[in-house]
Design a protein around this ligand. Structure first.
Ligand code: FES
Length: 190
């Protein structure tokens, strides 16, 4: 759902802004209000609110960006500055199974390229791409803080560590059969 969006703090120069603003149920609005109430400065709630947008809409789409700008009283560009900094915020649609492979030093040394190659070959997509059926996306991301158990990947919010070819196959087999159970939630509910 969406409604007309009118920025209350337009940019000084001409810029493309979303025309519509996302609309949420009273329950979701209450959840958003609860986050806003935690912070003396509204814009400090930007990340928890981004996660709610993403969970409800699948990704941070333009109407969700407009909604955040309106609720937080900031500019569209302020939203994008944060959204494009964090790899966990999706600025384009991702598949049901979003495979985020750590590409940073420990993982790189211990086999991140092998993991990436295996996933790419099996799914027929390169990093940054989504399968035509919308089920899988592969992303390469910076350190996820699990360097001691490299190489690793994140699926939804689940970490899979000390990856071997067998472990990667086993994870993808479960996804293929829709038997994968997310332990820590997913990035999206759509
Ligand atoms: S280098 Fe991969 S988790 Fe830190």
């Amino acid at each position: 759902m969406s409604q007309q969006f009118t920025p209350n703090n337009p940019l000084p120069q001409e810029a493309k802004v979303p025309e519509e603003m996302a609309v949420f149920s009273p329950e979701i609005e209450a959840e958003i209000d609860a986050h806003l109430a935690k912070y003396p400065v509204k814009r400090s709630a930007i990340l928890p609110l981004m996660f709610i947008m993403q969970r409800e809409r699948g990704w941070l789409d333009p109407p969700a960006v407009a909604y955040l700008a309106d609720r937080l009283g900031v500019r569209i560009t302020d939203i994008w500055e944060v959204a494009t900094f964090y790899s966990m915020i999706n600025t384009k649609p991702v598949g049901k199974y979003h495979i985020q492979i750590c590409k940073t030093l420990s993982c790189k040394i211990l086999g991140a390229d092998r993991v990436t190659e295996q996933c790419s070959q099996r799914l027929g997509i390169k990093p940054g791409e989504t399968t035509a059926d919308g089920r899988y996306t592969i992303s390469l991301v910076e350190c996820l803080g699990s360097c001691g158990t490299a190489p690793m990947l994140q699926l939804g919010f689940d970490f899979h560590e000390n990856l071997t070819p067998e472990k990667v196959d086993e994870i993808l087999d479960r996804c293929d059969r829709d038997e994968y159970v997310f332990q820590h939630g997913v990035e999206r509910s759509a």
